[in-house]
Design a protein around this ligand. Sequence first.
Ligand SMILES: [Zn+2]
Length: 219
Amino acid sequence: MNIIFIAPPAAGKGTYSTLLKEKYGFTHISAGELLRSEMNSNTEIGKKITEIVNNGLMIDDNLMKELIKSKLNTIDLNIPFMLDGYPRKLNQAEDYEEILSNLGLEVDKVLFINIDKETGLKRILGRLTCPVCKKNYNKLTGYAIPQEENLCDDCKVELISRKDDTKESYEKRYNTYMTETKKVIEYFRNKGKLIEIDGSKNPDDIIKVIESILGVLND
Ligand SMILES: [Zn+2]
């Protein structure tokens, strides 16, 4: 089985991809990590990517296609895998289908964790972390509220918020993501492959929904 994982900023991508990886044994292919590891390895492709990124330009579709293709050649395709951060555009979706088709596969499901901008913003702006045990809290979403205001439940030390999480930077990231990805979502919806999950719910409930979907898919 293979899944494309689509999650806007603050939709909880890390939580749910970790679940798929650790509990269900999925191979996790992250487009962002692929790019970073190429850049670090200083290969010809890596140097090219570094130059593009340093100039603030977009990685072109053919380059992404090559990276994804090479990665798929290194993994065991009999083990379920999920792709995250790709495809982001309609022509990338077509590229990916072509890659899979050459491997005798097709996209099985597209898991879309849908979150509206306002909910995402509350998650970002309300986020608090314990500096000692790193446990996460949120003062705005209605769940994961600390028992005592601004104190870690376990360590009783003052919680800290991240200063780089501003309304403007979040809205910009969210809008860019959704504008790009909307067409990919519609493309797979029309093919009957999209599974849309309400990402504004409590993460524990979302995990249950994902688990029941996986149960059905595995039957
Ligand atoms: Zn703590």
